[in-house]
Design a protein around this ligand. Sequence first.
Ligand code: ASP
Length: 418
Amino acid sequence: MAGRRITLTTRILISLGIGVAAGLVVHQFPGSAWMKTWLVDGVFAAGGQLFLRGITMLVTPLVLVSITAGAAKLGDVRKVGRIGMQVFVLYLLTTLMAVSAAVAVASLTQPGAGLDLSHVTREAPVAHERLTAAQMLLEMVPANPFKSLVEGNMLQIIVFALLCGMGLSALGAQGAGMVGVVDGCNDMLLKVVGYVMLFAPVGVFCLVARTFATTGFTAMAPLAKYMGTMVLVLAVQLCVVYAGLLAGLARVNPLRFFRKFFPAFTVAFSTSSSYAALPVTLKTVEENVGVSEEVASFTIPLGATINMDGTAIMQGVATVFTAQVFGVHLGTMELLTVVLTATLASIGTAGVPAVGLVMLTMVLQSVGLPIEGIGIIIGIDRILDMTRTAVNVTGDAVCTTIVAKRCGQFDEALFAAD
Ligand code: ASP
């Protein structure tokens, strides 16, 4: 499986390179009507749109099913009481910190400044309707969940899914059959994500070629800045937030922690999948870091499902970037919506490659930004997926270690041993 994934990654990277080159060549012939009509607005646009439609097709069902499945497992959180609640709060707090930092840094570095793609999208970007906090709260509750599904109102779908999941977990054994069905649907949809990703090399080529054919070299600098911003925020999350929490809340040496956790970090990096890394993460946290099996066996799988700080960072930076390239101003209320929806989207993101990008559509839609924003960043997302997945699993291990240490479930001697 890993071999196939690496092959796909390589194929996407190659098509990214060819797409950039093809786009730049086409850009050299601004007067050619043939190239503009048939190539840029014909083949490139159609191939790119086909891929984007494939991704968009999956968002609504995936949000409904993955969040219901996740919330159905919250029954376990209650079962393990104190430990469960502590780790849940830590997971949520670290994600909120991550996405807030992402939005703040991206607003400062302005990665999208200088690139104007407002003409690339067919739909005009819709400025988000300004709502008061009370209206926003009211808007989150669906009057008719089926209407929310048809309209793709993500916040309403999330609220409905959370409530359904909680209902399922409250049913206990009686709800087990239905939980199985929901889990099955989740697995099925993830398979379909895999099928759509098979088309990614073609889709990436078309999207990137169209971007560079339209903008030429002007697209290079913003994309490099986008990558730089992302890597900067991911590094801050690792070296400042996690190191600070480990030293402050758990009183463990962060450097030693990172050294001992390194095997899991590298597996997450190379597979771009929190789920694929799960067995190694579990083993590393228990056998190298020193967390008891009782705690880790519950908190690490939960974290691989709901705690995705690296993904939340990507969604925050990507949304601000998209707003900048489409010339949409995001006010305080919109930025708060981004923080909230990116937190929820990262919770709903499955720990497999590229799903964070699918869930990004939900964040973009929540503030009325065109999903074409994804088309610009998808080419370089494969590399960033590796880095954010490594941060995702590190976040799970950090929160687990803090809780284990505070609950007396941590083996100091094992942690100190080389
Ligand atoms: N690849 C990520 C993970 O498995 C999810 C994502 O952001 O796409 O953790």
